[in-house]
Design a protein. Structure first.
Length: 224
């Protein structure tokens, strides 16, 4: 039997006494709703088009609400749809808020690109996270074509775009990336190797370092 989404007892803040008399002191809220309210977002499964749209909606909504408050985006995923990942890549770059990406567990295929999309200096890996950069599976995108020639062109365009996005985020040359991806073995990386490859900026071994980042950001918000 599935465990389901945990619920948390959440106390609501009210602005005046009149509202306080009518308000319910607390209510049970889904854990993920509480986390997203605090701008803590999670990608902990294969990325689908629906999930990509939901995450984009959260980034856009909360950024419009407050364009200065930071997002913390935890990622543990084997990848997913290419177009959805590219759309999420663009959305993260679009919002004016900083986005800290934190790799937890696996960041494979398109998930590794999403990790690299975080704000420079705030792309984080936990110590035992693993990374995989792989040739994009263009076959996972919808096909609206009529010939094998069109299919080949589409695959080449998508692959070229994804490679260039990796180059943009890591600073690696296109030739270096091709050599690594098309090598004899799959291009797996440990957290430390991903840091050397400039896929992430920090390998964090203690929770308090991330907590300090959150605290420093909140203090800066109060100053502003």
């Amino acid at each position: 039997m599935p465990i389901g989404v945990p619920q948390i007892l959440f106390s609501f803040e009210v602005d005046n006494e009149e509202d306080a008399e009518e308000a319910v002191d607390a209510d049970w809220i889904d854990l993920y709703d509480i986390l997203s309210k605090e701008r803590i977002l999670l990608l902990c499964s294969e990325l689908s088009d629906e999930m990509s749209n939901q995450l984009i909606g959260l980034f856009v909504y909360f950024n419009a609400e407050n364009p200065y408050k930071e997002f913390f985006f935890y990622i543990n995923s084997y990848g997913g749809v290419i177009i959805g990942a590219i759309a999420l890549f663009d959305a993260i770059n679009y919002v004016s808020s900083d986005v800290s990406t934190i790799a937890v567990g696996n960041a494979f295929n398109m998930a590794s690109l999403i990790v690299s999309t975080g704000t420079q200096g705030k792309r984080i890996s936990l110590p035992h996270a693993r990374f995989l950069i792989h040739e994009p599976d263009a076959g996972s995108t919808p096909i609206y074509i009529t010939s094998a020639v069109d299919e080949t062109k589409r695959i080449l365009r998508v692959t070229d775009l994804v490679f260039r996005l990796y180059c943009e985020r890591t600073g690696q040359s296109f030739e270096r990336l091709e050599k690594d991806i098309y090598g004899d073995e799959k291009f797996y990386m440990s957290a430390e190797e991903a840091q050397k490859y400039n896929l992430v900026d920090l390998v964090v071994k203690e929770e308090n370092i991330i907590n300090e980042m959150i605290t420093d950001h909140e203090m800066q918000q109060n100053i502003n």
